[in-house]
Design a protein around this ligand. Structure first.
Ligand code: LLP
Length: 437
């Protein structure tokens, strides 16, 4: 998919680059991002919204993969940006991302983070709870600012996805509950606070969702809530944000729909619900993360040792693992892989791909069918663009890998591999613990 292909030597190529050459140049493990595919996905969203005729913003959810180069691409493609911490905000600002197109999320923004975002004059705060409403109003007032606000509401939609990543249901740490009246009260309060301009409401129902129904139901619940707010408080919302969560194909059997199908379902639901009630149709914002970067990413590893337990299982180990991709250990996520230096060879041996961490659960792929993997081969694990680098850790003091962007036969290093000195960079050895020399 994307710009991936197999060249005459049987090597996997991405963006016109032979991955065996990338491995030589940058080492492994290595995250490789197909820049053309990222841009294509971004354009699919923008084109689909243009076709709807509605006003819109597509905000890339940078939690999926936040590095300066990615922020620069999002900005070039005309996307807005969703950030959830000072670190993601800083990354965006450092990349020159226009502050007006940054939306700040999170259920526990600290006063310092809010001050940083106020100073940067970001476009919108997505307020999650009553404490934050009061804090933001006070801090904005201190600076003589009036800030744009969306209220995150939980519309009571349970999307069919992994329990840990579904968020639209009532029992959630996020947002104001619609059912128990908190959301309505929040609207009334926000509307009266002097230092904020209430733009509307936000809802996010979960992640890696395939069916359109969840999005349609969320859109109509948000619409019904908006109508009630208009009828009882005489407030109309200029903006509705329906979050992210659009699924991608990781393995055979995953059945995501084309981006345009999700966008059409959402925009149609909005038109139906608001149009019928002669409510001025709000601008629609969405926040895709995974579906912008997920399938554009590949992680390249070198295969090291193996262990055959006859009649039970054969393990092959790679030079990374749960430190660069915690998703299998956390969510039992499934991935596919190919032996990248023999990509055309028939896959005929079933192995379990293990990482190098001291933890039995550090398995990237259980029962993976590969072309006779040998020590020294390169293994490409596919669709690792989202929530891999961004969730990577230094467990076992393993260094985070490099990231390269590839396009038209060229590669650019966008994150360099951590050095061993980076690993100890923040350590302090108190004088009394230093060895006398
Ligand atoms: N907007 C909000 C408010 C979110 O909480 C999220 C994801 C998104 C947008 C983007 O969702 P996406 O389009 O990427 O599905 N670590 C998990 C995923 C957690 C998603 C958290 N929120 C994983 O690796 O699957």
């Amino acid at each position: 998919h994307g710009t991936s292909a197999i060249n005459g030597q049987g090597h996997l190529t991405i963006g016109g680059c032979d991955v065996t050459e990338l491995a030589k140049q940058y080492g492994t493990p290595l995250y490789i991002v197909d820049e053309a595919l990222v841009r294509q996905r971004a354009r699919e969203y923008v084109e689909a919204f243009k076709a709807s005729g509605l006003k819109f913003q597509v905000a890339y959810a940078s939690k999926a993969f936040s590095v300066m180069a990615m922020c620069a691409i999002a900005e070039q493609e005309g996307l807005s940006l969703d950030v959830v911490s000072d670190g993601e905000l800083y990354t965006a600002l450092k990349a020159g991302f226009p502050a007006q197109r940054i939306h700040f999320h999170g259920n526990n923004k600290t006063p310092d983070e809010i001050l940083m975002a106020l100073d940067a004059q970001i476009g919108c705060f997505v307020v999650d709870n009553f404490d934050e409403l009061a804090l933001l109003n006070a801090l904005a007032g201190d600076k003589g600012l009036k800030v744009n606000v969306l209220l995150r509401i939980t519309p009571g939609v349970e999307a069919h996805t992994h329990e840990y990543i579904s968020t639209g249901q009532q029992d959630s740490k996020f947002g104001f509950d619609v059912e128990n009246g908190a959301a309505f009260r929040a609207v009334r309060e926000a509307n009266e606070l002097p230092n904020m301009e209430l733009l509307g409401v936000h809802s996010h129902i979960g992640s890696q969702i395939f069916e359109v129904d969840g999005f349609e139901v969320a859109a109509s619940k948000v619409a019904q809530f908006s109508l009630r707010v208009r009828d009882e408080l005489n407030i109309t919302f200029p903006v509705i944000n329906l979050g992210g969560g659009f699924g991608i194909r990781y393995v055979e059997g995953d059945t995501p729909l084309p981006v345009a199908t999700y966008v059409k379902a959402i925009t149609d639901a909005i038109k139906d619900n608001f149009g019928a009630a002669s409510y001025p149709i709000p601008e629609i914002w969405v926040e895709p993360g995974r579906s912008i970067v997920g399938d554009a990413g590949t992680t390249l590893y070198t295969i090291g040792t193996s262990k055959d337990i006859p009649g039970v299982r054969k393990y092959i180990s790679v030079d990374g693992g749960m430190t660069d991709n915690p998703r299998p250990a956390l969510y039992e996520s499934k991935y596919e892989a190919v032996v990248a230096n023999r990509a055309a060879a028939a896959a005929e041996e079933t192995v379990t791909v293990a990482g190098k961490c001291c933890e039995s659960g550090d398995k990237l792929i259980v029962d993976c069918v590969l072309a006779k993997p040998q020590t020294g081969d390169l293994l490409a694990v596919l669709c690792t663009g989202a929530y891999n680098y961004s969730m990577a850790s230094n467990y076992n003091r393993i260094r985070r890998p490099s990231v390269v962007f590839v396009k038209d036969g060229l590669s650019d290093l966008v994150v360099k591999r951590e050095s061993l000195d980076d690993v100890v960079g923040n350590d302090i050895l108190p004088a009394r613990m230093k060895k006398a020399s």
